[in-house]
Design a binder for this molecule. Sequence first.
Ligand SMILES: Cc1ncc(COP(=O)(O)O)c(C=O)c1O
Length: 315
Amino acid sequence: MIPLDIEAVRGDFPILQKPLPKGLPLVYLDSGASAQKPQCVIDKEREVYENYYANAYRGVYRFGAIVDEELEGAREKVRQFIRAEHSDEIVFTSGCTMSLNLVASGWGKRNLKDGDEILINEMEHHANFVPWQQLAAQTGATCRFLPLTDDGRLDMARIGEVLSDKTKIVAVTGMSNMLGTLNPIDELAKKAHDAGAVIVVDGAQSVPHEHTDVVASGIDFLAFSGHKLYGPSGVGVLYGKRELLEQTDPILFGGHMIDRVYKDHSTWASSPAKFEAGTIQIAQAIALGAAIDYMGTLGMDKVQEHERNVLEYAY
Ligand SMILES: Cc1ncc(COP(=O)(O)O)c(C=O)c1O
């Protein structure tokens, strides 16, 4: 494999061309918190505003049609990137936190009851921790903790102590923002399913760093943010298996998410519209498609190989 041409990659990011005060080159080490943007993502967002901006899924004029087409194109890119089966399984949200809250409130409240259990662990980001704590408080369910080993891994040897037929949700990060640990998602998904639970994966850190295949890995719900994937801030994704999204209630109500509205009740559109109430992040979601194209040009294999080399060097 031809390695990543780091100088060329640096050249794709306008902010890295701006020298620091003493003329030193900028080396940005906080991509885990939020990544800088390549020119193509900046250009795409600008293209929308300069050429065809309009509201989404409402306008029957030219700009409206272009926006709808671009948005659905971006949704399709996300689908391919995480290898989901259907594009209606891809919901645009405001970010990973929102996606996880949507699963906790929309699926969790409907499907959990007193006595049920949620399996989490102590390496989770608060975004994949507090929503489950809240869900437990609201439903009478209990949060159980899969212990960690001394070297910062999930202690899979002890999973039998905390996973049982009472477990309804296994919530786990694909890659820890705290420890960098890569978790055994395929194995966890299998164990969760054998116990009759769904697996919710926080992909905020894993999706930008490694290949994701929701079907092969058996992932039921996957949440991630655009801004850590070199895309714009303000946009994120929730992937959910079609049948699970059908069992998920919307948590935001308003325009676009409805099917019919009567004086005394309303009915909902199907996914993804059901979960995209109001005006979504139009230019951001479209530019997220450009970020995914960019990752495709780099090649996730090369990205992973480069990171392994950096890791070895650091060790
Ligand atoms: C592992 C992990 N999960 C979730 C989040 C929350 O992402 P956001 O703030 O984009 O919603 C982060 C952000 O740092 C994270 O690292």
